[in-house]
Design a protein around this ligand. Structure first.
Ligand code: DAH
Length: 375
């Protein structure tokens, strides 16, 4: 019998044609005496060659299915062993099985190589180059409004004041009535109020915390009350409908306007610097008598007058006055026995004066270009 595959059990048109080295169609056992050993070697060599060409485990799996899979070429051959005359079947079976084992070994070896290659590719791709420059972590800082508020608090804490707080949703009675503004009082028009119900509102100032404090604490009282307030304002460069205030209240025996001037002058010297001068201008608030507006000399022009201060040389920084006797009475404190002073300032306004910020809306915009100027 010829050694050439064309004359073997697996005709050339079969296992060598079109890249298929074990094409079942080429298996012609009839008339042949034995399985030629050459075709097995060729099949093995060819699979080894194809194996080498596979570049991925999925390609290799395709190859395995094509040869050893259920519908694979070798499997087909094994199935047809029964067609052989029985004297040849044993030998052919042994050869095919041997071939199957060799092919499996070749595939397994290639799988190992590809797996290792895949792992090293992954390791390479996932490698962290520790010598690369790192990303700079940008550290944030306190908001200029926060810093201003904390600065104000520190000054009053150092003067022996306590910090108290009240709710932003307030009763009309605390926001207006107890502050000497009964219903229909025209002074209520000083604040454009957001009402929640007829009796409940968003506090228009921190002054209701005075009432809450006097109703729960006995004099001597020395407190500041920082917090958010709301007004139905037309928004512009100096007005917002939400802003911070710091309220102050002192109640004790013998408290006079001189104490008010002393404390607030000290505050201004600490907050704006000792070179700034102050003055008190008569004003009106229903909850103080007498009432005043405290003015501080303009830091831009030194009091000469400039566009920053409306050419007056002065800037108004807070409202203040002696606590109205009726307000003390409303809170159960005898005005014959005790007197007090109170003040209220807008924190945004103080921050704008301190940092020369021309536009109140900047505080709420959270523009990092703006914020990083106040490290
Ligand atoms: N509550 C006032 C306002 O928002 C400010 C104020 C004025 C507070 C005089 C006071 C004060 O405590 O005595 O306009």
């Amino acid at each position: 019998m010829s050694k050439h595959p064309a004359g073997g059990y697996l005709a050339a048109g079969g296992y060598l044609a079109a890249g298929g080295y074990l094409a079942a169609g080429g298996y012609h056992p009839a008339g042949q005496k034995e399985l030629h050993s050459d075709w097995a070697i060729i099949a093995q060599d060819q699979l080894a060659e194809e194996c080498r060409k596979t570049e991925s485990l999925s390609q290799l799996e395709e190859l395995r299915v094509r040869t050893l899979g259920k519908k694979g070429q070798l499997t087909a051959l094994l199935r047809r062993l029964g067609d052989l005359p029985s004297e040849q079947r044993r030998d052919a079976g042994a050869r095919l099985n041997h071939l199957k084992q060799s092919l499996e070994a070749i595939l397994a070896a290639r799988a190992e190589v590809l797996e290792e290659a895949a792992i090293s590719r992954r390791l390479l791709a996932e490698r962290v180059d520790v010598t690369l420059p790192g990303f700079q972590v940008r550290v944030g800082h306190r908001h200029p409004l926060c810093r201003t508020l904390e600065g104000i608090e520190d000054i009053f804490l150092s003067l022996g004041f306590d910090i108290v707080e009240g709710p932003e949703v307030e009763w009309d009675s605390n926001n207006f009535e107890a502050l000497n503004m009964p219903a229909e009082h025209p002074a209520r028009d000083m604040w454009d109020t957001y009402y929640i119900t007829e009796r409940m509102l968003l506090r228009t100032h921190t002054s209701p915390v005075q009432i809450r404090t006097m109703k729960t604490r006995k004099p001597p009282i020395r407190v500041i009350a920082p917090g958010i307030t709301y007004r139905h304002e037309a928004i512009d460069a100096t007005h917002m409908d939400i802003f911070y205030q710091v309220e102050g209240l002192v109640v004790d025996r013998g408290i006079s306007f001189a104490n008010l001037k002393g404390v607030l002058s000290l505050f201004v010297a600490e907050a704006f610097g000792p070179e700034r001068i102050t003055k008190f201008v008569p004003s009106y608030f229903p909850f103080t008598e007498p009432s005043a507006e405290m003015m501080v000399s303009c830091g831009l022009c030194g009091g000469e007058g400039c566009s920053g201060c409306g050419h007056s040389g002065w800037l108004e920084i807070m409202g203040c006055g002696q606590v109205h006797p009726q307000v003390l009475r409303n809170c159960g404190i005898d005005p014959e026995d005790f007197t007090g002073f109170a003040f209220g300032m807008g924190v945004e306004r103080i921050a704008m004066l301190r940092f020369n910020i021309p536009e109140i809306r900047l505080f709420l915009e959270n523009d990092s270009q703006f914020l990083k100027q106040f490290p």
